[in-house]
Design a protein around this ligand. Sequence first.
Ligand code: PLP
Length: 367
Amino acid sequence: MKWKKQLAGMKAYQPGKSIDDVKKMYGLSSITKLASNENPLGTSPKVPQFIEDHGINFARYPDGYSGALRKDLAEHLQVSEKQLLFGNGSDEIILIISRALLQPGVNTVMATPTFPQYRHNAQIEGAEVREVELIDGHHDLEGMLKQIDEQTSVVWLCSPNNPTGNLIQQAKLDEFISSVSPEVLIVLDEAYFEYVTDTEYRNAIDYLQTYKNVVVLRTFSKAYGLAAFRVGYAIGNEELIANLDPLREPFNNTSLSQGAASAALSDQAFIEQCRAENKQGINLFESFCLKHNLFIYPSQGNFVLINIKTDSDKVFEELMKKGFIVRSGNALGVPGFIRITVGSIDQNTELIEKLEKILIELGVIHE
Ligand SMILES: *Cc1c(COP(=O)(O)O)cnc(C)c1O
């Protein structure tokens, strides 16, 4: 058959081991999964309340415009309703942008390592992928600027960056955005926006007034604790959003997920609590690393990337035997590191105890 050439050798997304798999493999009764940056505190109690209170008519299609959620979110963000595009997770927004702007003959610029879906979708569309190495965990914006030419159609920025957690510095971002041609779309993926505590951080939505080629991505999957519901969104100027909208599937967010997202959005006190508890967790990981002279990136997300100075897969496996699932740096393009989602206070404390033991046994650190 006449497959697209670029699909040759492409692999499907490899989900991590499931909690049930690991339980069986190691005969464990409880497992803590700190691998996918999900919210350890779950979601706002308003979400289960909403689900209990509101019957959904299963036979009817959902509102394809996500009208009620759109109204709530526009009000919350102080943008117009037409500035929003909803996706089945922001993963789908990445797909929509790629489908709209990438094709053979054009190129797309991104950092490495960063969120792998930018590259994956660009490959499917047959665009040339130009990856620019991070410098100390930071986007090399000057290096990225140099990679942009007449054939560049999309630049991807991820802030805080997954997997390093670094925030792009505000002044550098200002300069970068003003230097890029208005014919190039700049995607600013802020999946961890709600966790940011850096006071210098300005709302990226402010860029949209001045720059018609900027689009901001956010999601209900991380701080809002709704990863299972698949609701992400783009914020851009109205014309840009109108151009992307025809690529969206007509009913890409279910009735239940739209309602759940609205309910979660209405509880900002919960988000504040998550942000504060997450910050405490990061502090805990930082003191552990300081104590043992291990390098940890300064994270503004809900995960930390730690240099464990030995084989990542080994530490990953040893932690799994002790009931904790994290991500091995080998799978993320950062060998020698592990990425840990910040858990609840108890989960963090317990994981650090286990990690300390493992690293002592491996001779990486000393008591
Ligand atoms: C988790 C994540 C996403 C995807 O989120 P969904 O809305 O669940 O699809 C996008 N970008 C980054 C950087 C992420 O870490």
